[in-house]
Write a protein that binds this ligand. Sequence first.
Ligand code: 3PG
Ligand code: CO
Length: 523
Amino acid sequence: MSKRPVVLVVMDGVGISNNELGNAVKNAYTPTLDELWKTCPHTEIKAHGLAVGLPSDGDMGNSEVGHNALGCGQIYSQGAKLVNESISSGDMFTTETWKELISNCENGTMHFLGLLSDGNVHSHINHLKSLLSQAKKDGVKEARLHILLDGRDVPETSALIYVDEIEAYMAALNDDQFHACIASGGGRMNITMDRYEANWAMVEKGWHTHVLGEGRMFASAKEAIETYRNETGVVDQDLPPFVIAKDDQPVGTIEDGDSVILFNFRGDRAQEISLAFDGDESFDKFDRVRIPKVMYAGMLQYDADLNIPHHFLTYPPKIKFTLSEYLVNKGIRQYAISETQKFGHVTYFWNGNRSEKFDNELEDFVEIKSDVVPFDQRPWMKSAEITDVLVEAILSGKYDFLRTNYPNGDMVGHTGDYEATIIGVEAVDLNLKRIKKAVDAVNGILIVTADHGNADEMYEKPKKEGAALKAKTSHTLNKVPFIIYNRDVTMDEGDFGLANVASTVAKLLELEPDSHWLPSIIK
Ligand code: 3PG
Ligand code: CO
């Protein structure tokens, strides 16, 4: 077996595009990346659509499906696709969970909580529509929506498009037997959708908004959004919370005997709010003030080992034969590190949505605490701190395979701030230089790649020629780099994607790739 350690760097959100305009990857000063690209074996690989198990090639990549594919070497049908299938076949509505959710709220209300957009990263508005109309068919009388405004997987000020769409949909459904309306909401980066315990205060704020009906009151979601936009100028993802009220009374607090469905299918930002509703008695992340006795279900089960949540409408992909498990079985010592915002990406997502280790002896996971600030204000994020610790791990000689994620291209890219994103990409480059030096010192091999694009397109495509540029906050459809440093290899011919990386890693570790994986990128 090779004694040469392999280090894999995921530059989150760093895709490849030849366009100059708004390309924070191309326009950043990245001497290390440029030199690696020029002097090392490299190729471009697919990170979106069918190549990562999404419904179509029109679906941009994202970190969940990207890290799943990297870490398991296979293409699984992902949440977005599984939910589509379960809804269109009708299977979802024949499950015990659905039936129980319906019968549980016979004298109560059915609440739908989730991200309101067609981003298809965490949720899709069409899924919500199907749930609403089926709820009506199955006899639900009162339905309430608790909407999280997106602007991060879709254009940054598009919330009203989706609000109008769902209001119109509900208006068509409403009659004297059935009544649905929006009860509360707020920006997804302001309330409820925290991840990896970066900021529980967001979830607490969400609880107060959706469950307790506390907060600034408005007559409609549209009024709330327009008012906040005028007052604060913030974009959708950051909009403050709002409660919809009539005669000063919230129209949809969550009460005993109600049913609650979190209609997001992706797990990272769904887990904390799920624990608040559905965790055990030891829940102590914040004071919930009042804990309604509800039946709670997720669109998917977000962590199958930890049973989060207990009830769910769609089985998640059962991701097997992961690279980590395979390497553990071969006695390979592994190390994973990132900062909080992406820590679960290189552990939980990498290992097929499993947060536990396969082997406590052979695996080390390190989390560097992320700042709780808008990342356009700290585009370097914790890249230097990650590198400090990773370099030590490389030099220690204790690990055969080390992986990291630098979030900058993605997390700063999502703010829509082009100049800050350039700095974010430059910070990654600066750290790559340090990693490269450490890899040299141990005669290791370095793989540099990414999970999907983001920083590579920082402006929306103008609708008309000469129209004003609009910041783009979402991911892209672009391919990502795949570079191997310090090992003379030949790239194979082929149309490769992220799911071809696991076999490549195995080869570099002088191991026969698992037969379930897609072929290696190198000969
Ligand atoms: C988010 O959750 O921040 C975005 O919806 C997707 O970003 P990620 O896939 O890069 O985490
Ligand atoms: Co992202």
